[in-house]
Design a protein around this ligand. Structure first.
Ligand SMILES: NC(=O)NC1=NC(=O)NC1=O
Length: 174
């Protein structure tokens, strides 16, 4: 899509197209559709980010809870969305050693038990070593810190997903 095309979609088609930019949270797309016309990919991303930042704590926790665990049950069962599947594969989470897998499962479980939402990181910007290190480090943070950090990762995931959907060729910046 060029940004001009994004602006000319029906509301319904916009929500369908961008409904999974935030994993399993089409509400976000439905919320920003009325901010059209967007003058760039960055403008659309900024609207998504401010909508998320303006949510109450429960809303932001809900966004994190809508994310599948990394190499978790959904991944093992092949029930990831196309986007998540590609992202998790690109981080090398498809070929974990038994040791890495049980280590990841254990830490994901402790993280979720401690914070009440899953560990979320932008898998396309982190290889599996960085993910494992990030998880063990972030486990010691406060709930407030982790809510913020998780949401910042969700914003990075959203930007990369938008870049897959919107072409930024020069004339689309008009
Ligand atoms: N728990 C997660 O961080 N999940 C994910 N991060 C990504 O970048 N893709 C996912 O599915």
């Amino acid at each position: 899509f060029r940004i001009s095309h994004v602006n000319s979609l029906s509301d319904e088609d916009f929500i369908t197209t961008f409904g999974n930019v935030i994993e399993h949270c089409s509400l976000v797309a439905a919320a920003v559709v009325s901010s059209r016309p967007f003058h760039s990919l960055q403008h659309l991303h900024a609207e998504i980010c401010s909508f998320i930042d303006e949510l109450p704590v429960k809303g932001r926790e809900g966004i994190l809870r809508s994310h599948p665990d990394l190499a978790g049950r959904a991944a093992v069962a092949g029930q990831l969305t196309q986007e998540s599947s590609q992202e998790q594969k690109s981080a090398g989470l498809g070929n974990l050693t038994q040791q890495e897998r049980s280590n990841l499962d254990l830490m994901n479980t402790s993280y979720r038990h401690k914070f009440g939402f899953p560990f979320v990181i932008c898998a396309r910007l982190n290889k599996k070593e960085a993910i494992l290190q990030g998880l063990s480090r972030r486990l010691h943070n406060s709930p407030e810190e982790e809510l913020h950090t998780g949401i910042e990762e969700v914003k990075k995931i959203a930007l990369l997903r938008l870049k897959n959907l919107i072409s930024e060729d020069m004339d689309s910046k008009m």
